[in-house]
Ligand binder design. Structure first.
Ligand code: NAP
Length: 347
């Protein structure tokens, strides 16, 4: 176990923010994860489990315990067999998606270009453009942080919801994800459910006569282009790049709450059905509450390409979180809705 002291966390996050971890350990196997957890427990230190760093904000003071970075099974270790994909938690998610698409397998192509590691995807049931990881996930292997016991969850046992799972609710911070297995379809045309994606595909090529494998590739290319246009793929040359993707969840409102919202705004409010409830784009609320794209407060700002992404413009975590607080207060005052932050905020 390679336990290092006073390791700056900023380089391990896509926001490039965060002070030092008192201890930092990179774990490449289940036994290393177990040893790091046992070490922390013996010394009474708190543990933060870090994956790709694309969904976390560390404070400027850093973290007073052990940051355990899960680096199990790099990109080379992703196994593709008969439509099934197994990957260690530390593999890069988009490497997995690229591998699936190269083989013409369908089921994750709409999830192209999402930054972060494989291990993070079941936690929040990552989804985009009408597809989510819950649809293809077969099982997740985990280590219980307290008992150090191994546990396997089927998709049904993960209790997935919209950007949600048991790992965010009743089992929050209980498990470390070790590896994930997905089952994809071979020789099946991709299903396109998202109008924005369908329109974008129609602009670049015809889907109807394409072989399934070509159609899957076309979807990936189109999703990557859509995400790039919103600065939602990691590109160091992009001034909006230092972000954690969407900073706020899209609120899902009861019909009554949506009717109340309507009383606060003259004109149409964009909304989408979500079961019996109504989903409202958080980006729309943020902009209408007075925080347009390109808005700046100190060393942080709203991405110039997407009102949902907060960007580190060379400032501090405190400045970024002050902007997030200002936006949440502004949206609450204007619309009576309290936005939930999507990234883990570790102050
Ligand atoms: P967007 O396409 O501008 O959509 C904003 C919101 O409107 C989302 O809640 C989206 O639902 C909803 N929406 C838009 N068109 C819809 C339709 N025709 N039917 C139903 N709902 C519709 O969102 P964006 O911020 O640019 O992101 C693009 C995609 O990436 C979205 O699917 C978004 O959810 C996803 N994303 C996911 C994560 C994550 O998993 N953590 C982070 C960032 C973005 P959906 O959310 O159901 O799509």
């Amino acid at each position: 176990m390679n336990l290092r002291e006073n390791v700056h966390l900023a380089p391990y996050t896509t926001l490039q923010l965060g002070g030092p971890a008192r201890y930092f350990v990179e774990c490449t196997s289940e036994s290393e994860v177990g040893a790091a957890l046992a070490h922390a427990r013996e010394r009474g230190l708190p543990v933060f489990v870090l994956g790709g760093g694309s969904n976390v904000v560390f404070g400027d003071a850093g973290f007073p315990g052990v940051v355990l970075r899960v680096a199990i099974g790099g990109d080379q270790g992703i196994a593709f067999r008969d439509g099934e994909i197994s990957a260690g938690a530390g593999a890069e998610w988009d490497t997995l998606v690229r591998g699936a698409v190269e083989r013409g397998w369908s089921g994750v192509e709409c999830l192209s270009g999402i930054p972060g590691s494989v291990g993070g995807t079941p936690i929040q049931n990552v989804g985009a453009y009408g597809q989510e990881v819950a649809e293809t996930l077969v099982r997740v292997n985990c280590l219980d942080r307290t008992t150090l016991e191994h546990r396997t969850f089927s998709a049904a046992e993960c209790e997935f919801g919209y950007r949600d799972s048991r790992f965010k609710r009743r089992d929050r911070s209980r498990y470390v994800v070790l590896d994930v297995t997905l089952r994809l379809e071979r020789d099946a045309p991709p299903r396109i459910r998202y109008p924005e994606l369908r329109d974008a595909i129609a602009r670049v090529g015809s889907f109807d006569d394409a072989a399934p494998a070509d159609a899957v590739r076309l979807v990936r290319q189109t999703v990557l282009a859509l995400r790039r246009a919103k600065s939602m793929v990691l590109d160091p040359a992009d001034p909006n790049a230092r972000s954690a993707g969407s900073f706020f969840m899209n609120p899902v409102l009861s019909p009554e709450a949506f009717a109340k919202l309507g009383q606060r705004w003259e004109g149409a409010i964009p909304s989408f059905p979500a079961g019996d409830a109504v989903k409202v784009p958080a980006a729309w609320l943020v902009e209408r509450a007075g925080f347009p794209k390109g808005y700046r407060l100190g060393g942080a700002g709203v991405s110039s390409r997407h009102a949902l992404a907060l960007v580190n413009l060379g400032g501090t975590s405190a400045e970024l979180l002050a902007l997030a607080d200002a936006i949440r207060a502004g949206v609450e005052e204007r619309f009576g809705i309290r936005l939930e932050c999507e990234p883990d905020v570790v102050r």
